[in-house]
Design a protein around this ligand. Sequence first.
Ligand code: ADP
Length: 228
Amino acid sequence: MSDALLSLRNVRRTYGDGEGAIHVLTGADLTVSRGEIVALVAPSGAGKSTLLHICGLLERPTDGEVDIDGERTAKLADRQRTLLRRHKIGYVYQFHHLLPEFSALENVTMPQLIAGESQSVGNERAMALLDALGISHRADHRPAELSGGEQQRVAIARAAANRPSLILADEPTGNLDPGTSDTVFRALSDLIRKQNAGCIIATHNHDLARKADRIVTIVDGKVHATTL
Ligand code: ADP
């Protein structure tokens, strides 16, 4: 067992079978440590989302090992994977996916209630997170009343709500203008450092990727270190 927060070993992912099979990951290795932000930069179709889904236990690899915080996940039942995901992993998508009929505060409180937290503790933590991300003054607003940058900061707060050790972000600033992207990235990285979590952020934004601790790419289904 290693100290790594996330460890992928020889991960393969094939969609379909026979002649039409698509071999997206062909033996991917990747390790992420606590407090580390790894940028994932690769062309569209290279397998970034597939890799993140596998890291986030949203998808199973065709073959290979995925360890989260030292725990082997390959043989876990779906129920155990769901629990592990709920407590250890936070996910941020390109589009915020906030629940439209609930306020920012409720969107951040809800995952905590699902994980068994009380309403008062959940609310308090949600408010603290919104405050840390500079949007507590928007706590009572619904997503439609927020700007794109504010929506993404709420989505980051929601991803962090259950104190995950790993945050996975799939092009979280893909939909934002450069200035707002910068603010959102800074909010995300401050949070990662504060919580001593680990993070993989898939992005097409090279300026942001350079601010990560290291940059990796996917070539022919394998993960490689790279520079931009
Ligand atoms: P990226 O995020 O880098 O754009 P993806 O991981 O979304 O790449 O996709 C990588 C490749 O895998 C693409 O060719 C895509 O069409 C294919 N793919 C992804 N998901 C599926 C699926 N569920 N079924 C079949 N092919 C898929």
